[in-house]
Design a binder for this molecule. Structure first.
Ligand code: NAG
Length: 124
């Protein structure tokens, strides 16, 4: 009896690990880092932003909150744009592979605070 339930537990654990379902995914697995590049123009600094998918599965529909976000120079919209819900969609909502980053730059006189809002894990 005990041996049978132990076997079941092991099997479940294996499925869980191999499918990636045990890994933390969703917004908590989205890491947003940014740094200034050293380039500036007038009062504006160039900021390089890296949005990393730390989940072991690809994730699509990655969205972040970026209150007050603005840029003096155009931002690559395919990578980062307002989505009409108050959040910003990363990579056009397309899947970001596990461990990959999406990078974009913006120009402003101070840094925006980015907070991961949502992400849809594509674990198989
Ligand atoms: C994003 O930037 C980081 C740091 O510069 C770099 O390691 C990474 O390869 C970049 N990713 C892409 C997709 O360009």
């Amino acid at each position: 009896m005990a041996a049978a339930s132990l076997k079941l537990l092991c099997a479940l654990l294996l499925v869980c690990i191999s499918s990636g379902a045990c890994q933390p995914c969703g917004p908590s697995s989205i890491q947003v880092d940014q740094h200034t590049t050293g380039r500036s123009q007038g009062f504006d600094l160039e900021f390089a932003v890296e949005v990393k998918n730390a989940c072991s599965c690809a994730q699509s529909n990655v969205r972040v909150f970026a209150p007050g976000f603005a840029s003096q120079k155009p931002v690559e919209l395919a990578l980062f744009r307002q989505d009409g819900t108050g959040a910003f969609v990363v990579n056009g909502g397309n899947a970001i592979p596990p461990g990959s980053t999406v990078n974009f730059t913006y120009w402003w006189d101070h840094a925006t605070h980015f907070t991961p809002a949502s992400a849809q894990p594509l674990c198989r």
